[in-house]
Design a protein. Structure first.
Length: 390
């Protein structure tokens, strides 16, 4: 593909596709986004106002372009549509908006991104419908969606996403593309410290004295156990009594049995620990549950990544952050006793440090959580643009 090209950015969010395409020599000629906060962030960074609903845009009014990019929402295709005829299957879904633009413009390249679940969504019918429809209008695709995560590129975030790549080639639409990525990294090839600030950050990111007290209590608990690897959630409520009933699912009964065994194996220590912390009565019940998911790789809670979730306190080894989502429970970096900053969240999505996030941390976390990873898209796009049959 020639160095300079034009692209359109649909369901644009804050411009993860935009970042990747511009780095490869692209010029954005049209963008569409309906979230008002994301629209403002997009405009602030790129000088393009994407404030329009793609459903309201006539495909003839979209400028000519070489690449269509879209992180489109995943919707189930109508089962009724299948009875009404093949062309009716996508009506009413946001995929249809992509399809009608491609039909008119015959765009050379397509790069779509979606959640990992797309592969199994609606018992595989969603992917099958996308695959068949795009082939029917002249596109070559990979037989299966490509599944890739930033951690495979050395960006410490576990975030499997589906990337759909296509080339307009109607004479060969029956031939699948063969695109694979080599030399990908594993989780253990990563470290969260690669993207973290080592210096002190704004005070708002540091945990409270109360949070530190609770986490210290659980650190003391873990260090006091005979076991170093715990492969089940710890539920304090079940230490002293047998609360199972016949209606409980088997998995829950099994976890309770394991909790009781853990308690009896460490009874003297746990009894002292419970008494010292007033049987956790001073803590919300969320703090009565604890999950150690770090194996034997670390010796202290403060060496890991900590998440405070409705299901309890979870500790993971400091290789990769869990997937950024519209983040409610922002991870705590144990070593620094603080939460992931907005700038660090941007780095996990491969946005440059020059990127201007939303002034509201809540909106900024949400926007990065909803964004596509820039480096993942860039790698996929480079493979697509250079593609040649063997």
């Amino acid at each position: 593909m020639k160095k300079k090209f034009k692209f359109i950015d649909l369901f644009a969010g804050i411009g993860g596709f935009h970042q990747a395409m511009v780095q490869l020599g692209g010029e954005c000629v049209f963008a569409s986004e309906i979230d008002k906060y994301a629209v403002n962030t997009y405009y602030k960074n790129y000088g393009i106002n994407p404030n329009c609903n793609i459903r309201d845009i006539d495909e003839k009014d979209i400028p000519k372009h070489d690449v269509l990019c879209a992180g489109f929402p995943c919707q189930t295709f109508s089962k009724a549509g299948k009875r009404l005829g093949f062309n009716d299957e996508t009506k009413g879904t946001l995929f249809f908006e992509i399809e009608r633009i491609l039909k008119y413009h015959k765009t050379k390249y397509i790069i779509l991104e979606n959640v990992r679940n797309l592969v199994s969504h609606d018992n595989g019918q969603t992917w099958e419908t996308i695959y068949v429809h795009l082939k029917k209008i002249g596109y070559r695709l990979t037989k299966d969606p490509i599944i890739v995560s930033p951690h495979q590129l050395g960006i410490p975030q576990l975030r499997e996403r589906v990337v759909i790549l296509g080339i307009y080639d109607p004479e060969n639409a029956d031939k699948d593309l063969n695109i694979n990525f080599e030399h990908l990294r594993t989780k253990d090839d990563n470290s969260i410290f690669d993207i973290l600030e080592s210096k002190k950050v704004a005070s708002k990111y540091y945990i409270s004295d109360y949070e530190e007290e609770v986490l210290n209590a659980w650190d003391e608990f873990y260090k006091g156990l005979k076991e170093t690897v715990i492969g089940f959630p710890i539920w304090v409520l079940y230490f002293n009594g047998y609360y199972k009933d016949e209606k409980m699912p088997k998995w829950k009964k099994d976890f309770i049995d394991k909790n009781i065994n853990l308690y009896h194996n460490n009874k003297e220590f746990i009894d002292k620990w419970l008494k010292k912390y007033n049987y956790l009565r001073d803590y919300p019940k969320t703090y009565w549950k604890f999950e150690w998911q770090a194996g034997g790789s670390i010796k202290s809670l403060w060496d890991g990544i900590i998440q405070v979730r409705p299901s309890g306190i979870r500790v993971k080894k400091p290789t990769c952050f869990p997937a950024l989502v519209a983040m409610v429970q922002i991870p705590i970096i144990g070593k620094y006793k603080r939460r992931l900053t907005v700038r660090e969240a941007a780095r996990l999505q491969s946005f440059p440090d020059t990127f201007i996030p939303d002034s509201s941390d809540q909106q900024a976390y949400k926007q990065f959580g909803n964004a596509v990873n820039v480096d993942v898209i860039k790698m996929a796009a480079e493979a697509l643009f250079k593609y040649k049959d063997n």
